[in-house]
Design a protein around this ligand. Structure first.
Ligand code: AMP
Ligand code: ZN
Length: 113
């Protein structure tokens, strides 16, 4: 299966991780939309938020714990930030492997859509 985020998480594509544990990785977005733009990705292939179940949801809690640590590492914990997960066509999800954008380092738009 040629899923780009599986390949990054499995280290088939070299990438610099800002955070890694047994279940997730975090790395900088290729096309940053803000001074801090990091993707937090489960190692397990989950296609989107639609596929979160009671069997795999513990990784989502871990992702949010990691986001907390990464925000501190990046110096944006106090200034604030936004976490986004796009889902499906209307959500403009381009990579079909669950991921959370951690965006900050500047005042973000007040509108979401
Ligand atoms: P989404 O549109 O929510 O599916 O977001 C996918 C994100 O992945 C986009 O912001 C892309 O810039 C980013 N992206 C795609 N390929 C890579 C890659 N190889 N390394 C880092 N970020 C990537
Ligand atoms: Zn994948």
């Amino acid at each position: 299966m040629s899923c780009i985020f599986c390949q990054i998480a499995n280290k088939e594509i070299p990438s610099q991780f800002l955070f890694e544990n047994d279940n997730l990785v975090a790395f900088r977005d290729l096309n940053p939309q803000a001074p801090v733009h990091i993707l937090v990705v489960p190692k397990m292939h989950i296609s989107s938020m639609n596929e979160i179940t009671s069997e795999n949801s513990s990784v989502v809690a871990e992702i949010f714990e990691a986001i907390n640590k990464i925000a501190e590492q990046e110096g944006i914990k106090e200034s604030g930030y936004r976490v986004i997960s796009n889902c499906g066509d209307d959500g403009c999800q381009s990579v079909k492997h669950l991921h959370f954008h951690l965006v900050g380092g500047k005042k973000l738009s007040e509108t979401l859509s």
